[in-house]
Design a binder for this molecule. Sequence first.
Ligand SMILES: Cc1cc2nc3c(=O)[nH]c(=O)nc-3n(C[C@H](O)[C@H](O)[C@H](O)COP(=O)(O)OP(=O)(O)OC[C@H]3O[C@@H](n4cnc5c(N)ncnc54)[C@H](O)[C@@H]3O)c2cc1C
Length: 462
Amino acid sequence: MQTLDTTLLIIGGGPGGYVAAIRAGQLGIPTVLVEGQALGGTCLNIGCIPSKALIHVAEQFHQTEAHAHKSNIGIKVAAPSLDITQSVAWKDGIVDRLTTGVAALLKKNDVKVIHGWAKVIDGKLVEIDGQDLRIRCEHLLLATGSSSVELPMLPLGGAVISSTEALSPSTLPKRLTVVGGGYIGLELGIVYRKLGVEVSVVEARERILPTYDSELTQPVAESLKKLGVKLYLGHSVEGFDAADKRLRVRTPDGGELALDTDQVLVAVGRRPRTKGFNLEALALKMNGAAVAIDERCQTSMRNVWAIGDVAGEPMLAHRAMAQGEMVAELIAGKQRVFEPTAIAAVCFTDPEIVVAGKTPETAKEEGLDCLVAQFPFAANGRAMTLESKSGFVRVVARRDNHLIVGWQAVGVGVSELSTAFAQSLEMGARLEDVAGTIHAHPTLGEAVQEAALRALGHALHI
Ligand SMILES: Cc1cc2nc3c(=O)[nH]c(=O)nc-3n(C[C@H](O)[C@H](O)[C@H](O)COP(=O)(O)OP(=O)(O)OC[C@H]3O[C@@H](n4cnc5c(N)ncnc54)[C@H](O)[C@@H]3O)c2cc1C
């Protein structure tokens, strides 16, 4: 068997793994990256990028349909029709451009990419399945990501699909039931609804997006109602009868309900991918289902590192990338720790939600006495010109020294505010810093400044 020697061996070419590889290459560390499926991982191939592409298609279709029906802004068009094959091909084109770009960056930085499934032998040795190849390394970086959680009573196959299949439909069903009211289920549910599918969402808990506070999720709940998405909150799934296309659901009072549906999308969360590649051989310390790591992304075994989804929550691409970059620098001998003040999280629902740092509730739980203020988009000129007045920006800041500890927003296009939020938190901005910064007019960002002004007791436009 052929043995390849390297300094750094990375298992997984998602945003965590490929960024670690690029940075390691820049720093001159001999690096091998093993990827079993496609470079770019979940994020580029079956996650962030394809979902946002389809959200764009659905929004364009929905807007055109709305203008054909009744336009407030004077646009007259005929009713649109949809070629879903063309939409999916367009989405695949974007994925292709991005993954090809990743391959080129890896090559440019002298990273050796091996296509195959890695199997761990020990902390310094990995075998590639079905290839006569072993790789010996000084540092092993686990970046194997996560996979969709499956429900035992709802096995995937046929009409029961995961987000992966939902992102590449060959035809659209007449009716779709989404199981799970988290961000992935809602983003995709809204896409299908805007493309004309009758959509229902079954969620075991009492609210959609249960990890966000209800003030933030309220505008999304209202929008779902307006779009005609049926919500079954507090309902749990019992099983699917494929022959009669019926999803059996337990109601909150213990009764049974049958929902007629052509497809069922299971979106009940993701689990770190730690099985199937002999990781058990390392007997690493675990943190629940995830590989336990310290603030340098070191596992319990020396020179074995873990980043991204395999190391647990928050399972977000930008966190995986930041960890990947840091681990490469640590291996190169730089002093680094992973201690972000905040990692912004965005729900690309309609409207969008963004949270960064502490919410009023988490600040209170931590014993912080905080000022909380919000500024509604109903009083923001730019929001009106975008035909969207729902939502707000909220700031949370310490009462004693006005240090900003958290931002939240809900509204059309607020995902782009995540940058300002993360920067102000990371730079230790106070309310006066944001309030005293001239924000361009007319922008949604003015609501950020106004929220800070309001916390100081002198908002100008409300
Ligand atoms: C529908 C959907 C939408 C999402 N939207 C967003 C979003 O908008 N924003 C956001 O921040 N996050 C989003 N996410 C989450 C995001 O995709 C993940 O957090 C991110 O991809 C994690 O990166 P990673 O590098 O840890 O793992 P992954 O991207 O999962 O990559 C891991 C890679 O490792 C490979 N691999 C695993 N085991 C082996 C092995 N033994 N040998 C070789 N290769 C192996 C896999 O094939 C995979 O390519 C979304 C996820 C989904 C499913």
